[in-house]
Each structure stands twice: as C-alpha cells, then as structure tokens.
Design a protein around this ligand. Structure first.
Ligand SMILES: Nc1nc2c(c(=O)[nH]1)N[C@H]1C(S)=C(S)[C@@H](COP(=O)(O)O)O[C@H]1N2
Ligand SMILES: [Mo]
Length: 541
C-alpha cells in the first residue's frame, strides 16, 4: 500500500484532503500575521485611535477578572503589559494556525474565520475610548483583505499538489512548472514575502504613530511664570536641604524621570494640548469646559505633595514627592456649582480609566489640584500631560487621574471607579508610613564606625510629627527630621548609629500629627494599603 503513495503520479483533486496539515498551518499563521500587520499599518494613520492589537489588549484590561490581572502581575511582574500585547499577538497567530488547518477541506472556514477576526478587531477599536469608528472599519477591512488574500494564495500553492510534501531534493528533470518542487518553491517564496511585508508594515505603523508624539507641543508650553519661579525655588531649597547629602537617602523631591509610574495604559496617551479640553459635568449647576490655555493661565498654585500607590508594600518605592503646579480643584468646582446631593467626585481619563473620591475631600481644605506641571516642567507624558488630578492624602487609584478628560459629580452609590469592582477599597486615605532607605537590607557596614540610618516618612495632609528607630530590641530612639515642605510632603529622617560587630535588625515607625503611631500589624496592600513597620537586617563587621 505504501508503494502507491510514493509513486510520483498526478494527484487527483480529491486527494488534497490528505495533504499534510503543516503547509496549511503555515498559511494560516501567515494569514493572521498579515491581517494584524495590515490592520496596524492602516490603523496607525488614525492615531491616537489604537490598532487592532492594542484595541483588543485594552478590552482585556477593561474586562479581565482581577484574578487574571493578579496572575499576570505575579508571572510577568513589571513586564505584564508587554506580556499582554505579546499574548494577544500569539493567540491571534495560533487562531490563524487553526483556521489554516481547518481550511484544507473548506476555504470558507478560513475566510469566515478571518472575517470574524476582523470583526473582533473592529469592535475593539470602535469601543476604545481613544478609538474611532472610521479607524475601526478601515483597519478591519484592510486586515480581512490581507488575511484572506494571503490565506487563499498560500493554500492554493500548498494545495492540491501537496507541494510542501514533495521530496526535498527534486531532480532538475522533474523541475518543470507543474512539478511539486516548483509549487513548493513558490509557496516558500510567497510565505517569505508575506513575512517580510508584514514585518515592514509593523515597523512602518510604529513610525507613523510616532508622528503624533506630543513632546514638541509639551516643550513649547509656558507655565504661569510666578508660580513656575516658586516651584524652581522650592526645588533649589530641597536640593540644598539639611539631609540632601546623606548617602543612600531618597531625595526630598523625586526628579520626574525617577518618579514611580503606575497606570493601566498599554501605550501612554499622546494628548494634543491644542485640541484637548476637560469638562466638569454631572450634578452641577452648569457644565464647565476648560481648554489647556484656560488651565495654564489659572495654574498659579504650587504645592509639594507626596503621591503614593495603594499597592506600595511596606518599604516599597511606589511613592514619591514632587512639586505640583495647578488650579485648585475647588475653584473649578465652584464655577460649575456642585449640587448638595453630589457626594462623589468621579474623574475619567482620555483612555477611559476612572476613579472617584468623596466630595468632602475636595472641600476640607486639603491640597487638591488639577495639575499641569510637575517639578517646574509641564507634566511628563507618562505622568499625565496635559493635566491630572493630585489630591493630598488619597491614594492614586481613587484620586490621581492622569490624562484627565472629565470630572463628573455623582453620588458614592451611583459610580465605582476602575479599581473598585476589582476588589480595592472604595475609600483610599493614605496610611501613615515610613521607610528605611539606608542601610539597605542585607548591607554590610563597618563595626564600631558611625553610620547614618536614614529614610523617609509620610502622612500626606496630616503631616509627620515624629519618627522613631529601634535597633534590635532596644529602646525606640527619636530620629532627626529633615526640612519640612509642609504637611503634604514626606519628611526625610536620620539617626546616627555606631553598630557593634554582628547582625542587627533596624526598624522604623512614624507618628503623624493626628497622634497616630503606625501599627506593627502587617497588612498586605489589598484592599486598602499596607501596614506594618519597615525593618532591615544589616551585618556589621
Ligand atoms: N489615567 C490614569 N490615571 C491614573 C492611573 C491609571 O491607571 N490611569 N493610575 C492611578 C494610580 S493607581 C496611581 S498610584 C497614580 C500614579 O501616578 P504616577 O504614575 O504619576 O506616579 O496614578 C493614578 N492615575
Ligand atoms: Mo496606584
């Protein structure tokens, strides 16, 4: 029986059904790749509307259950976003493989599958907060056309002659136009060309998107001059402050490039300040819309505020102190006229992220700004250019909307921000915390030689009263506090120590101006922020 299959006779059309699956799999893989490439290329012309890959990945971020997000973070850590993008691409390619294999018997399976694929991309882009319907339609059509075209062509070439199954070394004599070897060669040529063109399309789409980069618009911004000089003064004072030269101690003000970054954005929104505006709406007497120019003129308040993330572990670095320049939130709220029933201030970003906090927080006298500048510069793109919220004493996830697009007055019952249904607490007051920056965990220090134990402590909106350090099981000792930039900003602290030889445990606790001393009870960040004392073990020799 095997003799029959080895005989090089013309293969009847029927026998296409027994062709090996793998040329069809390659055809499907490349068809999916071509579809993505074409969709990305065409979609790029509609930037900042996302292409199909980011569009679909954004829908995952919007809709994935929190266990999925946590799983992603625990596997991929800080690379969870690249992993999501890569995962989206890989799953698309695998679906392509399945479609290719399924198309051996019936081409309609492949064509319909790719059309369905296109529809998913279309919907994902169309519902994206930064997406547009025309972008969605055009990108999806391009993707489907490229995908179906590549699939049919490659299947045809791999098709009834079982091209790729031909013997690897065909003799020159049999190498005529209708021979399997020629067919296999054109299959490989087409496959290679598809791969190259697709890669080119992806590269081109990236370069087209980079044209919508807003860095030049950002560097042309003029901040309100007096406030800007005030910010510059504060920065200079901080840089020359008492503890500025303590080795290993976090600076009093964190430079923009070093400031921690947390957000759900797969691609940081590039917002053109010329066409941007923000609206205050909902339970207000009159809707207020502000352009970037409006905000710049009115952004005359300068305030050092420590921003922190609810996910920050005890001793972690998802916290930072910066000088913010902006418009007091209450000023804008009063212009809109907040109705008495409006118990929540919700806000939304251009990319659809949301959060909310009690209206009271804006009116209790704390620092709450619509900020346009950070450390004397227009907000960096990654930190929310052109405008963001900064509310002292509230974690970022309930208050600090970057790439702000609207503020909506509502009730606490009627709206939950992005992280609330994902299991985080509705209220997000920042917990009083302190951290040891130096010596570092496991560091070796010289015995019988003075060394500085130093770090930062924060209780934004309340202020730090006292920082104490305990070495091994000794008495709590009062640390010296560095310069104060006000109650909203963290304090640096230092304690001189001459260690004896051996292993030592150093721990810190802060007391804020409400009289509260940090609890030693360890709590995880979820759902409302970590608690416990930071401690490090050091070796003196
Ligand atoms: N648009 C948008 N704003 C956002 C977020 C986000 O995911 N999207 N994350 C918030 C969270 S959880 C934190 S802790 C702060 C972090 O601000 P930073 O990246 O400037 O440090 O931004 C807040 N603002
Ligand atoms: Mo956060």
């Amino acid at each position: 029986m095997t003799v029959q299959t080895e005989r090089p006779e013309p293969v009847p059309a029927r026998q296409a059904r027994t062709e090996p699956w793998w040329p069809a799999a390659i055809a499907g893989l490349l068809a999916a790749a071509a579809a993505l490439g074409a969709g990305e290329l065409v979609g790029a012309f509609f930037s900042p509307s996302p292409g199909p890959v980011i569009g679909v990945a954004n829908r995952v971020i919007d809709n994935a259950p929190s266990w999925f997000v946590e799983l992603g973070k625990s596997i991929f850590g800080l690379a969870d976003k690249p992993a999501l993008i890569l995962g989206t691409v890989i799953i698309s390619l695998l679906l392509g493989v399945a479609l290719g294999v399924g198309s051996r018997r019936n081409r309609l399976i492949g064509a319909a599958g790719i059309a369905a694929f296109g529809l998913v991309g279309l919907l994902a882009i169309a519902v994206d907060p930064q997406g547009s319907v025309p972008a969605a339609i055009v990108a999806a059509l391009a993707a489907v056309a490229a995908g179906v075209g590549v699939l049919l062509r490659l299947l045809q070439l791999s098709g009834s002659e079982s091209a790729a199954a031909a013997p690897p070394t065909a003799s020159p004599v049999t190498d005529h136009p209708s021979s399997p070897a020629v067919s296999r060669r054109s299959f490989l040529n087409w496959a290679g060309a598809t791969g190259v063109v697709t890669a080119g399309a992806v590269v081109a789409s990236r370069s087209i998107r980079s044209r919508t980069n807003v860095s030049s618009a950002r560097s042309a911004v003029n901040l309100a001059p007096e406030a800007d000089s005030r910010a510059t003064e504060i920065l200079a004072e901080a840089a020359a402050g008492e503890l500025a030269d303590t080795p290993g101690l976090t600076p009093l003000i964190i430079a923009n490039d070093d400031f921690y970054l947390i957000d759900t954005a797969l691609v940081k929104p590039q917002v053109d300040p010329g066409s941007w505006s923000m609206t205050i709406k909902g339970m207000v007497d009159r809707e207020v819309t502000l352009t970037y120019e409006d905000l710049l003129d009115r952004a005359t308040t300068v305030a050092p505020v420590t921003l922190s993330c609810v996910s920050n572990e005890v001793g972690g670095d998802l916290v930072g102190n910066a000088v913010w320049q902006g418009v007091p939130l209450v000023e804008l709220l009063d212009e809109a006229g907040v109705q008495p029933e409006a118990t929540q201030i919700a806000s939304r970003s251009v990319d659809g992220w949301t959060c909310g906090f009690p209206t009271e927080a804006a009116y209790d006298g704390r620092t709450a700004l619509v900020a346009v500048a950070m450390n004397g510069e227009p907000l960096p793109v990654a930190h929310g250019f052109p405008a963001r919220l900064v509310v002292s004493g509230l974690y970022g996830y309930v208050s600090a909307t970057k790439w702000l697009s609207e503020i909506e007055l509502t009730t606490l019952e009627d709206f939950d921000g992005y992280w609330i249904p994902r299991g985080w607490s509705k209220d997000g007051p920042v917990k009083t915390q302190s951290r040891i920056d130096t010596p570092r965990r496991g560091e070796r220090v010289q015995a019988d030689t003075p060394v500085a134990i130093a770090g930062v402590a924060w209780a934004p909106n309340t202020g730090i009263e006292l920082v104490e350090v305990q070495i091994d099981d000794g008495e709590w000792q009062q640390a010296d506090l560095g310069d104060s930039l006000g109650a909203d900003a963290w304090r640096q602290w230092v304690l001189a120590w001459t260690p004896s030889a051996g292993t030592h445990t150093v721990r810190v606790r802060a007391t804020d101006r409400s009289g509260y001393t940090q609890t030693p009870d360890r709590a995880a960040p979820a759902p409302s922020g970590a608690t416990g004392w930071h401690e490090v073990t050091v070796e003196a020799a």
